[in-house]
Design a binder for this molecule. Structure first.
Ligand code: 13P
Ligand code: SF4
Length: 308
């Protein structure tokens, strides 16, 4: 295996030669977060993808995120260093599924989480991320049916926060769904002074919330903001384990305890320094979206970026 310092030097050189930018999600491996130009949540990454003037975007994340960057930047080369980096949540819904759902609910507005394929975005009215889902739903006109897909736990959070009625798709992320209330309670018993940072995709959130009704839930980026401003010194991080890397980096004077070491997204971890280097060397594998789908999928993303 090549030396890590050598790999990093190659990436830095190839990034400059190709006028490339490396965007990494908060769940990426520590060494990948370390080489990235920008590390953030899905919303922050979409915003960066919309405004970058680089010619090449290397997406250290999963396929739907690279697709979102390609939708926003048809003229740029978007690289996903391992095309197998998918998403179990995005896999729970298809464009045909949304079309059938709309046919059964005429006049309904479809709000889809950014964790969906370009095909699904193309038949959606609005996109949202965990960072702005509440704001997006609040902005919709009263009295219009809302169809929310695909994450049922994020949907429950949005319904709680907005009081709006929504029809909800029955999807979930396998990593967040598997985090049990008992995992949270076990860590609370071990670290009684720690504050909880819970992501709304978590399966445990509804039961934990019924015990602590004023508890806030946070997108991955929201966790950074909360950890910085909270008086607490210790935090139990109830999401994918990569988040602990980002929190430790940005808030070095505080302690972060993962809820469970097994809350690990194997798709996110498929991106490595080796395949980032190779992708910059070969300008492959690329993620592209057919123009007709791209034009349709851009609308809900632009509506989202305009609102929140
Ligand atoms: P956010 O980064 O938007 O909080 O989403 C988490 C996630 O699961 C992305 O795959
Ligand atoms: Fe998808 Fe879950 Fe992995 Fe996020 S953590 S990319 S929602 S499978």
């Amino acid at each position: 295996l090549p030396d890590e310092a050598e790999l990093r030097a190659d990436i830095v050189r190839l990034r400059a030669e190709n006028n490339a930018v490396i965007l990494a999600h908060n769940y990426q491996r520590p060494e990948v977060q370390g080489i990235a130009d920008f590390v953030g949540d899905s919303l922050g990454l979409s915003r960066m993808a919309a405004r970058t003037d680089a010619d090449v975007i290397v997406f250290a994340g999963v396929h739907f995120m690279a697709e979102t960057a390609a939708i926003l930047n048809p003229e740029k080369t978007v690289l996903l260093p391992d095309l197998r980096a998918g998403c179990s949540l995005a896999d729970t819904v298809t464009a045909q599924g949304i079309r059938d759902w709309k046919a059964k609910n005429p006049g309904g507005l479809v709000v889809t989480y950014v964790n969906t394929t370009a095909d699904v975005k193309a038949v959606s009215d609005y996109c949202c991320t965990s960072g702005n889902a509440v704001q997006i739903v609040q902005s919709l006109p009263e009295g219009v049916p809302i169809l929310f897909a695909p994450d049922r736990f994020l949907a429950a959070h949005v319904i709680r926060e907005t009081g709006r009625q929504m029809d909800v798709w029955d999807g979930a992320c396998h990593v967040h769904e598997a985090i049990r209330p008992e995992d949270v309670q076990g860590q609370q018993a071990a670290y009684p002074d720690a504050e909880l940072l819970i992501h709304p995709e978590c399966g445990c959130s509804s039961r934990i919330l019924s015990a602590i009704p004023d508890l806030q839930l946070y997108s991955t980026e929201g966790m950074i903001g909360r950890a910085k401003t909270s008086a607490a010194q210790e935090f139990i991080v109830v999401t994918e384990t990569g988040m602990v890397t980002r929190l430790e980096h940005d808030v070095p004077d505080k302690t972060f305890i993962p809820v469970s070491r097994t809350a690990c997204c194997e798709y996110m971890k498929m991106i490595t320094l080796e395949n980032i280097r190779d992708s910059l060397l070969n300008l492959q594998p690329r993620v592209t979206v057919p123009e007709d789908i791209r034009a349709q999928a851009l609308k809900p993303i632009e509506r989202m970026l305009a609102i929140g």
